[in-house]
Design a protein around this ligand. Structure first.
Ligand code: ADE
Ligand code: ZN
Ligand code: ZN
Length: 265
């Protein structure tokens, strides 16, 4: 019983503490389920083979939360900053020498881990970790506030009230907007999958990792902070941004699939 309480407690603790660094667990599961459904049969087999060496995760969509689970472990300290990148106000887009020089940002992390994954000479352990990192970081890069401003840590220190509850803007985009749908992550993924057209696929997959970051940043610049003077948001904010939120989840899934189909082909 005591053990159970300790486990429950630590789960809750990490849940709350992690809210600044990622889509919610369900956000990541949705992105990775969309990706999974768009992998070629051969690449699905490669992913299954890599995951067979992992005792914690059977399904790809579940493995995408791993990068948050290990976030406090000292052996992964390099990756603490790999979930996001911050840019100055008003710039056109990301500049890796300006924005990504001091630490491993999300864009560099995706590029680095992709090289490890596609290199058949990497160890199986390194390739498995690369798979899990990529599944997570491609998701994070599509949460607009993961390409944000340093001054408020991507919205983490911008307080708002959403449907009467006190949150920060980052949490709103990590989880509140997704939760408001009241669907299981499986059902939400299925619904989003049904709304992806052939044109979407072609347009989205034709861009590179820096383009993905720039799209997120444009959303951050133009829409996210439009919360009114009292920062009390609700249905209006939700309805204004729902299309953007869902398009980001779909884009992340399709682009992740394209990346993996290429790296593991
Ligand atoms: N910490 C600092 N900046 C951040 C951001 N943009 N997203 C998540 N965590 C952060
Ligand atoms: Zn993350
Ligand atoms: Zn986050």
């Amino acid at each position: 019983m005591i053990l159970l309480l300790i486990i429950l407690n630590s789960l809750q603790g990490s849940h709350a503490g992690l809210s600044d660094v990622s889509w919610s667990f369900d956000g990541h599961r949705i992105v990775c389920e969309i990706a999974w459904q768009n992998l070629t049969p051969a690449v699905k087999n490669s992913v299954r083979a890599l995951l067979s060496g992992d005792s914690a995760y059977d399904r790809f969509s579940e493995s995408c939360i791993w990068a948050d689970v290990i976030r406090r472990e000292s052996q992964y300290e390099r990756f603490v900053t790999a979930h996001y990148v911050n840019l100055p106000h008003g710039v056109e887009g990301i500049d890796l020498t300006r924005d990504c020089a001091d630490n491993l940002c999300v864009v560099k992390a995706i590029t680095e881990q992709t090289s490890i994954l596609e290199n058949r000479a990497s160890t199986e352990t390194a390739r498995l970790e690369a798979l899990k990192f990529i599944g997570h970081f491609v998701g994070d890069l599509h949460q607009p506030l993961h390409v944000g401003y340093a001054e408020d840590r991507g919205g983490n220190s911008t307080d708002v009230t959403i449907w009467g509850e006190e949150r920060n803007l980052h949490q709103v985009w990590d989880r509140s907007l997704i939760e408001y749908k009241m669907l299981s992550w499986e059902a939400y993924a299925a619904q989003l999958l049904g709304g992806i057209s052939a044109v979407d696929r072609t347009l989205w997959a034709s861009k590179n990792v820096e383009d993905w970051a720039n799209e997120s940043f444009q959303i951050t610049e133009n829409y996210i902070y439009d919360v009114g003077p009292d920062a009390e948001i609700g249905d209006d904010y939700y309805l204004t941004n729902l299309h953007t939120l869902e398009e980001q989840l779909k884009k992340a899934g399709i682009r992740l699939a394209a990346l993996l189909n290429d790296a593991l082909r």
